[in-house]
Design a protein around this ligand. Structure first.
Ligand code: PMP
Length: 432
C-alpha cells in the first residue's frame, strides 16, 4: 500500500529527495500515455516523469529491443569491450547532431554528461572560467551544480569552476522582461560583453546554456539570442555547450534540437532523459577536435551499456519512423492555443509559454508579477484529482509544466486540456 510505502520511504531515504503531491503516488503500470497507481487510479501523463518517457509506456518496439539483448544472457559486461548497439547509436546521434566530425561519449545521467562536457571544454581551452545562465539547471555534481543558476538546487558553495552569470531571457520579471524581443537580444548581447569585460579575466572556456530552461520553468530566450551570444563567443574563442537534456529529439516541434531555433551550431551538446525512454542513457556529442581534449583515461562502467543503448536505438528509430517531431508541433499547438484562449487572459496567469510539447503556465498574484506558488500547487493537485499528471518548476515554484510523451494524440491533448482548464479555473476561483 502506498501509505505504508511512504512511511518506509521517509524512514530510509533522505528528506532532500523531493516527492510530488501531498499524497505521493506509486505508479505500478503504464500503457501509451497512461499510468496506473497502486490504488488502481489511472492518469493521463502530461509530464512523462520529467520528460523522461519520451515515447510513452509499454511500447512493443522498445520492449522487444531490450528483451533481445536480455535473451543473449548479457545485461552488460564492460565498456572495455566492443558494444555493437553503442557504436550504432553513436553513429545515428553523431549524424543527427548537426555537429561536424562529431564524437559521442555515453554516460548514465544528464549530470554526468554535463560534467563530461565541462571537463572537455575546460581542458580544450585550458581555463576553468565558464559562463552560465541565471535560473538554469544542469545537474547535481559539483561542476554541474556550479553552473546551475538556482540556489534551490545548489547544495554546495564549493565550485570547481569560476562562473559568471548571464540573463535568462525571462519575459515576466527582471531586466529583459521590460523589453521587446529584439531589444532583449541586443540587451543580452551587450550584457555578455559587459560580463566578459568586468567579471572574467579573459580566456573563458565555455558558455553552457539550455535552449529552453527545464527546471527553471520552461523559460526561453527570444529566438536568435544564442546567435547574438555566439558571435561574441567566437570573437573570444569561447566554446558553446548546448544542454539539450529536456529540449532535444524534436520535443520543441519546430526543430530536432533546441539550439536550432537560434541558427547556431554548438561545439558540445549534452543529452539524457528521453532518449532512453526510462533506461539510464545520456551523453555528450562534440566536434572531434574538442571532444578529444581529455588528457587522461576517462571511462564509465555503465555509460553506453548494451541494454540502455538497445533501448536508445529503438527509441530513436521509433521517433524518426513516426515523425514525432511533427506530432509534437501539431499536438503541442492544440494544447498551447487551447490554454491561451481558455486561461491566458486570467489575471493570475502571467504567461503560457513553450514550444511543441514543452509548455508552461506561469502563475502570479492578480495583475502583477509576484509569483504565486500556492496557486500553482492548488492547480497541480487539482489536475491530479482530475486524472492528469503535470510538473511544477521555476525559481519561485510558480510554473506548471507539461512535457508529455511525444506520441500524445490529439484526443488525449484535448482530454488533458479540459482537465487542466478546469483545474486552473477551480484553483483560481474563476467560474467555468
Ligand atoms: N540538464 C538539464 C537541462 C536537466 O533538466 C537535468 C535533469 N533535470 C539535468 C541536466 C541532469 O540530469 P540527470 O538528473 O539525469 O543527472
Amino acid at each position: 500500500m502506498t501509505d505504508d510505502l511512504l512511511a518506509r520511504h521517509r524512514a530510509v531515504l533522505p528528506s532532500w529527495m523531493p516527492l510530488y503531491y501531498a499524497e505521493p503516488i506509486e505508479l505500478v503500470s503504464g500503457s501509451g500515455r497512461r499510468v496506473t497507481d497502486a490504488q488502481g487510479r489511472s492518469y493521463l501523463d502530461f509530464f512523462g516523469g520529467v520528460l523522461t518517457n519520451m515515447i510513452g509506456y509499454d511500447i512493443p518496439e522498445i520492449r522487444e529491443a531490450v528483451e533481445r539483448q536480455l535473451a543473449t544472457g548479457i545485461v552488460h559486461t564492460s565498456t572495455l569491450y566492443l558494444i555493437r548497439q553503442q557504436v550504432e547509436l553513436a553513429e545515428k546521434i553523431a549524424q543527427r547532431s548537426g555537429i561536424p566530425d562529431a564524437r559521442v561519449f555515453f554516460t548514465n545521467s544528464g549530470t554526468e554528461a554535463n560534467e563530461a562536457a565541462l571537463l572537455v571544454a575546460t581542458n580544450h581551452r585550458r581555463s576553468h572560467q565558464v559562463l552560465a545562465v541565471r535560473n538554469s539547471y544542469h545537474g547535481r555534481s559539483y561542476a554541474a551544480m556550479g553552473v546551475t543558476g538556482n540556489r534551490n538546487w545548489s547544495a554546495s558553495a564549493l565550485n570547481p569552476l569560476q562562473v559568471a552569470w548571464l540573463h535568462s531571457g525571462d519575459r515576466v520579471r527582471g531586466l529583459l522582461a521590460r523589453l521587446s524581443a529584439e531589444e532583449q537580444v541586443d540587451a543580452a548581447v551587450e550584457d555578455l560583453r559587459e560580463v566578459l569585460a568586468t567579471q572574467t579575466a579573459g580566456d573563458v572556456a565555455a558558455l553552457i546554456a539550455e535552449p529552453i530552461q527545464g527546471v527553471g520553468g520552461f523559460v526561453h530566450p527570444p529566438d536568435g539570442l544564442f546567435a547574438g551570444w555566439k558571435k561574441v563567443l567566437d570573437e573570444h574563442g569561447i566554446l558553446f555547450i548546448a544542454d539539450e537534456v529536456q529540449t532535444g529529439w524534436g520535443r520543441t516541434g519546430e526543430h530536432f534540437w533546441g539550439y536550432q531555433a537560434h541558427g547556431v551550431t554548438p561545439d558540445l551538446l549534452t543529452f539524457a532523459k528521453g532518449i532512453g525512454n526510462g533506461f539510464a542513457l545520456a551523453g555528450v556529442v562534440g566536434r572531434a577536435e574538442v571532444l578529444e581534449s581529455v588528457p587522461a583515461i576517462s571511462f564509465s562502467t555503465f555509460g553506453g551499456n548494451p541494454i540502455s543503448t538497445a533501448a536508445g536505438n529503438a527509441v530513436l528509430d521509433y521517433l524518426i519512423a513516426h515523425d514525432l517531431q511533427a506530432n509534437a508541433a501539431r499536438v503541442g499547438a492544440i494544447l498551447a492555443d487551447g490554454l491561451r484562449s481558455a486561461v491566458g487572459g486570467l489575471d493570475c496567469v502571467a504567461e503560457v509559454r513553450g514550444k511543441g510539447l514543452m509548455l508552461g503556465v506561469e502563475f502570479v498574484r492578480p495583475g502583477g508579477s509576484e509569483p504565486d506558488p500556492a496557486l500553482t500547487n492548488r492547480v497541480f493537485e487539482a489536475a491530479r484529482d482530475g486524472g492528469l499528471l503535470t510538473g511544477k518548476g521555476g525559481l519561485h515554484g510558480n510554473v506548471l509544466r507539461m512535457g508529455p510523451p511525444l506520441t500524445l494524440t490529439e484526443e488525449e491533448a484535448r482530454e488533458g486540456l479540459g482537465i487542466l482548464v478546469d483545474a486552473i479555473r477551480s484553483a483560481a476561483g474563476v467560474a467555468a
